[in-house]
Design a protein around this ligand. Sequence first.
Ligand code: KIV
Length: 279
Amino acid sequence: MPKHTVLTLQEQKIHGQRITMLTAYDYTMSKLLDSAGVEVLLVGDSLGMVMLGYENTLAVTMEDMIHHSRAVARGAAQAMVLTDMPFMSYHTSVQDAVYNAGRLIKEGQAHAVKLEGGADFAEHIRAIVKASIPVVGHLGLTPQSVHALGGYKVQGRTAEAMHTLCADARAVEQAGAFALVLECVPAPLAAHIARRLSIPVIGIGAGNGCDGQVLVVQDMLGMFADVSPRFVRQFAPVGKHVGEAVRQYCAAVKDGTFPSDEHSWALDASLMQHLEEDF
Ligand code: KIV
């Protein structure tokens, strides 16, 4: 049982303690983030871009999500593992939504699932929650709708869009979601929604008034240069360090300074003599 659960996150909201969430897609990173105290590890479908090199998240399959979710779950001792439902795993019917959410829990070892969409998916959320699976909603810029939205753009910038976003947020809460991710939404609007909802609102590009924050871990470590959204802060230039370390490794292999004696095993000279005679 993880230390961070639907109950502790709700408590954090009540007491104004901000929630930390980062993406993780593999065992090594999961262990690093978990031991550094991250409360929620999001196995985001952003893995399609960050881990698999796709242009967007649309090609990600249930098998991809299960594979990475299991790896993250094995490394998470304290954190909640929240796994994304990929594109078309919940759109086709409420029944498919429940079935695929169940697979992420059973096979992916996730503790909760996240799906994109508002009032149109309230019925799906309700049915998944009824199956005792905790659900997180995702509104604002919903990357699975990139073609319908006409690109990765800030959402909720007109009066109509603001009202729709608020209504969707309410619908997601009423359907039983225990938290909501808001992506690329003007800060005052996100703060307003966070104040009005009783469930935690986790922002990404949604300002400082949310109940918590999430980032793609490769972005905040400077490891992924394909896109660089304005909302990302690079907390450490790990990507640069990797590049430098790899250049040093290549140079050391080429000039013969690696491996040295400390990284090798010696053998008695008399044994080597036998070998010289035999082979
Ligand atoms: O897939 C993902 O990484 C996400 C975050 C951007 C919130 O959904």
